[in-house]
Ligand binder design. Sequence first.
Ligand SMILES: NC(=O)c1ccc[n+]([C@@H]2O[C@H](COP(=O)([O-])OP(=O)(O)OC[C@H]3O[C@@H](n4cnc5c(N)ncnc54)[C@H](OP(=O)(O)O)[C@@H]3O)[C@@H](O)[C@H]2O)c1
Length: 299
Amino acid sequence: MAVLEKPFFTQGNLLKNPVALITGANTGIGRHTALKLAKKGYKVFLACRSWDKTQPVLEEINQLEKVKPAEFLELDLADQASIRRCALSFLARQLPLHLLINNAGQAGAKGLTADGFEVAFGVNHLGHFLLTQLLLERLESSAPSRVITVASRAHHFSWGLHWAHLRESTRSFTGIREYANSKLANILFSQHLALMLKDSGVSCYALHPGLVATEIWRHVPRFLQPLLKWRGMLSEEEGAQCTLYCALDAPASESGLYYAKSKIHQPSRLAQSEKMALLLWQKSLEWVNESSRFAKNQD
Ligand SMILES: NC(=O)c1ccc[n+]([C@@H]2O[C@H](COP(=O)([O-])OP(=O)(O)OC[C@H]3O[C@@H](n4cnc5c(N)ncnc54)[C@H](OP(=O)(O)O)[C@@H]3O)[C@@H](O)[C@H]2O)c1
């Protein structure tokens, strides 16, 4: 994994007019991340698929004292055309981008995305892969900047990525195996992104937020839901801590690494495979370019 030289600053105390874009910020961990960053002086963009669900969070932020107005960006990660519109809409504002927080996620949903990918993989990995690619130049020109990808300890349950299955509807009954695969992809992506961005001033972190009492399991079969909710789970606010640590305090020298409990953690053996990370990167590029050609032919 990429290890850069020791930094002399952290993100939290350097920037004057910082800007952050957070996906899935209308609820759960993303909502608390957005609130905290707004309180820290960031102008926050909440990239979410529903205006109605996001509006209360915008109001919550915008009524705080001395915050920069938070804004909504429409984003459905299950539809690459929507991701392209979201990125264009952000770029058109001519603002820098210091933090891209790839937070949104689905667990237990079944089916295919609009572009024909298994839905957990398509939303959790490929959607964020495309969004990051589209915003990469802006992140680089705004350096020092960071890309934070909210992965999960669930990646330990992945047996690896089967390329053909990623183009088919969800196979497992609960969707949990596909969720684990998508979270493995999150870590491989962050690791390879850090390698690609070595010496660019853009650092990348993947993390497990802990077991957090959110609605993440809303799509798994109803009878399984109580089994996935434990006593002693973290609150949503506590669940945002590791993301915030990576966004504001983790040393830039730790770019490419995986965090849990705001400390470096060893991900699974598969998640450390540079060969698999490279293959996933190449496949992902091929797949997002394929859908952009498809989109052009539809114009
Ligand atoms: N909770 C945990 O214990 C836990 C553990 C490990 C990792 N994580 C990870 O933490 C991240 C945040 O999850 P959470 O626990 O805060 O769950 P959550 O409360 O369910 O939030 C998930 C967010 O993702 C959004 N989202 C889902 N599909 C989307 C799509 N197609 N396009 C755009 N946004 C979409 C949701 O929007 P809607 O409200 O519109 O559905 C929601 O804003 C996820 O990546 C999850 O995998 C959570």
